[in-house]
Design a protein around this ligand. Structure first.
Ligand SMILES: [Zn+2]
Length: 203
């Protein structure tokens, strides 16, 4: 039955590679799949670059919110391998409402849902709030990135979420995840794990 549903979906809307938009059988076509660099850390799925960077770029900056399903399921696979039974909730690193309004969606929130579903825990989409609008980390020199996001987040009281998996699409220096973790800790979360789709740094 599952196969039948899959083939119907293929007929109605042929699958496209998340990296290059060519027809593909899976999330990536064979050529892109061969170029993916898997990260050797439990906190990231891939090294940022090549097809995954193209997919993320399309997802974030070209209005392709439909890629959240494919990219979210990639993350969900990694999350189940590492964090099944070890976290009580998934919390995404939120966008500031102004940026969310401009983009029409919050990319990390869309990724958090399939990850939480795979882990069998709630996705606390509003667990963190971005209280300050900050320039994108990518636009800033390294030494200014920590200061840029310092105090940028506030946590809501997360009942029953002693152990949280904090998720984001990209880790640039780790400063954003550190600031978001600090806010969660102030909100009473004891253990914080992090997972990103792609990392620009190795730690
Ligand atoms: Zn491709």
């Amino acid at each position: 039955m599952h196969d039948l549903i899959e083939s119907v979906i293929v007929i109605v809307a042929p699958r496209r590679c998340a990296g290059c938009d060519e027809p593909a059988r899976g999330i990536f076509c064979a050529a892109c799949d061969a170029l993916l660099e898997h990260a050797a850390t439990p906190t990231a799925m891939f090294h940022y670059g090549g097809p995954i960077a193209d997919a993320i770029h399309r997802y974030k900056y070209q209005g392709r919110s439909d890629l959240s399903g494919a990219l979210g399921s990639l993350m969900a696979r990694g999350a189940t391998r590492q964090w099944a039974g070890k976290v009580d909730a998934v919390v995404p690193v939120p966008l500031h409402w102004r940026r969310r309004r401009a983009r029409g969606y919050d990319q990390a929130a869309l990724l958090a849902k399939p990850v939480a579903r795979a882990l069998g825990v709630p996705a606390l989409i509003h667990g963190l709030r971005r209280v300050r609008h900050t320039p994108s980390q990518v636009e800033l020199p390294h030494h200014e990135r920590r200061r840029n996001v310092d105090g940028a987040f506030a946590s809501r009281k997360l009942r029953g979420a002693e152990r949280v998996l904090l998720v984001d699409d990209v880790r640039t220096t780790g400063a954003t995840l550190a600031a978001a973790s600090e806010a969660l800790r102030e909100g009473g979360v004891g253990t914080i794990h992090t997972l990103v789709l792609a990392t620009r740094v190795l730690t």
